[in-house]
Structure formats: C-alpha cells, structure tokens
Design a protein around this ligand. Structure first.
Ligand code: G1P
Length: 301
C-alpha cells in the first residue's frame, strides 16, 4: 500500500488575499469545515496513514486543527453534546497521523516536496496539493484508483484533465505517447512541461494536483535546478523521472475545484453547500432566492 502522503501548505496564498492575510488559506471554510479537512479525508479514504504537512511558522493553525482540543472536548462531554463531539473527533480519521516538517525557504513546489524526504524515505508516496479539492460524487475516488494502478504496475500516476487553450499557461501540461486515456484510466507519458505558452504546449492536458510517485523522485528533486518562475519545479523532476521509471497520466473522473483562487473557492462553496447533508436543501433555496432578488435589483437598479 501507499502509506504516506505529502501535502505542501507553506505557500502564502496571495491569490486569496486579503482573506488569507492572517489565517492560512487552507483554513478558509468550505461550508462548515476548512478546505484542508476535505483534502486530508480524501487521502485517508485512499488508504493513507501518515500525512506529512510541509509547512511554515505562520501556518500553525493547520496543525492545531488536526490536534485534540482537550478543554473543548471536555466541555462538550459535560454538556452532553455527543453529535458535535463525534464530529470534532472525526476531523482526523482514526489510524491517521499528522507529521509536520518546515519549509525554510520559498523555493517552489519541488523544494517543498523535497523537504519531506527525511520522513518519506525511499517509499512510494502520494502528493495532494491543498488548493485542489476533488469531488467524485460518491463514485470510486480518483486518488484511490491512482494508488491501485501504482500498486499494480509501479508506474507513477499523475492526475490530469483537459483545459481550454487559454488556461494551459497556468498548469503543468503533459505529453502522451498515444491517445488520451478514457476517464478513470492511465496512459504512458513521454513529456511534461510547467506552464508552457499555448504555442509550446504539447497538449491541453493539465496536471491537477494529485500524484503517486516512487521514492526515487526525492533523489531527483535534490538535484533539480530552478526552472519556471525561478523555482524548483516538481514538474521538472517528473520529466527526469521519466528517463528511468514509467510515468503515466491518469485521466480524472471527478470534478476538481481550484480553491486557491477566488472564483474556484466560490464555486467549491456553492457546490459543497448544495450537497451538504444537513444544509443542502436550505442552501439551494437561499442561492435561488439570491439569484431572483439580484435579478430584480439588476432590472430595477
Ligand atoms: C502547481 C504545479 C502545476 C500544476 C498545478 C495544479 O502549480 O506546479 O504543475 O498543474 O499546481 O494546481 P501552482 O498552482 O502551484 O502554480
């Protein structure tokens, strides 16, 4: 099995300012829980036991969130608030541990992942970028499928989805050996490039923020020089990995929300509010009422 997952959370979240000025962007709520909880739970459902947060001194609220708040729990016990207590105790699924390491310099995603090397060792591991929240609508989940494919073939798995041409310069873009795999399937990759111009992009398939990688990527990352934006890029290390190890693009089935941007965050908020087991019905009628009232305002104003 893949036991470990690395989640890099040291970034400042400048795309979410001012909301992220004094709280980590990963702690911004999607309905009634912070974004990072969705990502940690996704990892846990894929069988991950050790979550390695690569973090920064300004982001201690994330570690605190996954820690036990003894005094609060005691108060809820005394007040008989069993349901709330159960919810708090379920924030970190049982059997899952949080381990944190610090990223001392801001040198990019590749550097952040390399900071986890002393914990990961030479084991294969997953990477989940916390800006991305994935919803698989109750179907088999993409990360779980990627882990199963890695276990079966040992080929690294890079989750991808097609994007419009005007967005390719925001993502890692992959090049395939043959045709695009069906949703939920993988295909051999022969190239990957970080944020290419549309003219230079080898495809429209973007890297979405979920990876299953062999431990050998850590040695490669240690030798990877700064690339796009002057940062050490995970994408460049994956390009080197392809010279010595099979790497496959996995075509995601679910829906990805980029919660590191204001529009992606809003979309996630509406989506998860509408699907919330307790609040969904009221959230949908509130959204409908807002649309109606604002349409009237637009006409009369
Ligand atoms: C990172 C990766 C990029 C990937 C993207 C997905 O970029 O470097 O390859 O496509 O995440 O969200 P960032 O968004 O950190 O600039």
């Amino acid at each position: 099995m893949i036991r470990k997952a690395v989640i890099p959370v040291a970034g400042f979240g400048s795309r979410m300012l001012p909301a992220s000025k004094s709280i980590p962007k990963e702690m911004l709520p999607i309905v009634d829980r912070p974004a990072i909880e969705y990502v940690v739970k996704e990892a846990a459902r894929a069988g991950i036991k050790d979550i390695v947060l690569v973090t920064h001194s300004s982001k201690a609220a994330i570690e605190d969130y996954f820690d036990t708040h003894f005094e609060l729990e005691q108060k809820l016990v005394e007040e008989g608030k069993k349901q709330l207590l159960a919810e708090l105790r379920d924030i970190l699924p049982s059997g899952v541990s949080i381990i944190s390491v610090r990223q001392q310099q801001t040198q990019g995603l590749g550097h952040a992942i390399a900071c986890a090397a002393p914990v990961v060792g030479d084991e294969p591991f997953a990477v989940l970028l916390p800006d991305v929240i994935v919803d698989c609508h109750g179907q088999a989940e993409d990360l779980g499928i990627m882990v199963a494919k890695f276990m079966a073939s040992a080929a690294a798995q890079i989750m991808v989805k097609a994007v419009p041409a005007d967005l390719v310069d925001r993502y890692g873009i992959v090049q395939l050996e043959h045709k695009i795999p069906a949703l939920g399937e993988s295909a051999p990759m022969v190239g990957i490039v970080e944020k290419p111009s549309v003219e230079k992009a080898p495809s429209r398939l973007s890297v979405v923020g979920r990876y299953v990688l062999p431990g050998s990527i850590m040695g490669i990352l240690a030798r990877t020089r700064p690339g796009a934006d002057g940062e050490i890029q995970l994408t460049d290390a994956i390009a080197s990995l392809m010279q010595q190890h099979a790497v496959e693009a996995y075509s995601m089935r679910g829906r990805a929300f980029d919660c590191g941007s204001k529009t992606g965050y809003l979309q996630a908020l509406f989506h998860f509010a509408a699907r919330h087991p307790d609040l969904g019905a009221i959230a949908k009628s509130m959204m409908a009422a807002e649309i109606r009232d604002n349409a009237i305002d637009d006409v009369s104003g």
